[in-house]
Design a binder for this molecule. Sequence first.
Ligand code: CP
Length: 312
Amino acid sequence: MRLASKDVLGLQDMSTTDMQLILDTAESLKEIISRPIKKVPTLRGKTVLTLFYEPSTRTRTSFELAGKYMSADTVNIATTTSSVVKGETLRDTAKTVEVMGMDMVIMRHPISGSCHYLAKILDASVINAGDGMHEHPTQGLLDMFTIRQRKGRLKGLRVAIVGDIYHSRVARSNIWGLTKMGAEVVVAGPSTLIPPYIEELGVKAYTRVEEAIEGADVVNVLRLQLERQQKGLFPSTREYARIFGVNQERLALAKVDYLLMHPGPMNRGVEIASDVADGEHSTITEQVTNGVAIRMAILYLLLGGATDETAD
Ligand code: CP
């Protein structure tokens, strides 16, 4: 089984068949993570590069672990210690590593569309690990995977995405993925942090968090991206926490068995209260584990997949 494309660039253009295939494959690969010996030979001889132009803990590490668990050789370029600081272009960096024999390049870059550009100029597979304010498809898939594992379905669920929608590539990937899979998606946040076109994506937008959370099966809280803010989009983080912060009181409006999600890293006490982040409804640590399973599935479907060698 293979994906339709050699690349995973976003969920806007991914078919439901491919999304379903990735989720199902992750389901069967997840148990490898809890084995005492976390190693299967599936991707032996394959070489995977992580090329990150922005900081990351979860995404970069989970891709690297996913590769290692499946016996691929993984290489990391930290742009701060590479020839990027000497002015090397993205094209030259990518072509340089490709001729060394890379089968896959996993990239995070501050410019929207950069991964699409890379996919056009390389024969190797390209995975978008976050491009500017555009998409973060593997985060969208791991969020859908977490919901599906806990709730048994995606179709018909009400998912509230709360916070800084404007700067969020996580929000866009979740919206495209979840709406295609039949979920009802609503978003909420300050009007300055909600793009004017958002309802064209098939979601309902609110400026009162309470309206979005009411009756929700899932509340996905987004990080306030302080590093991307322009001045004046909200008065202060204290004010933001008071009006838009997700806390116990607001979550009482959700369904009794709601899931609380956050892609991380969190600003505790700003967009999310610390007690709910660590509370019984939280899936935040589970999302991180599921991130490894989703990334193993994508590596398997793009680089392996022709034969079933997942079992020892
Ligand atoms: N959720 C996420 O992308 O986290 P990192 O920035 O740590 O990779």
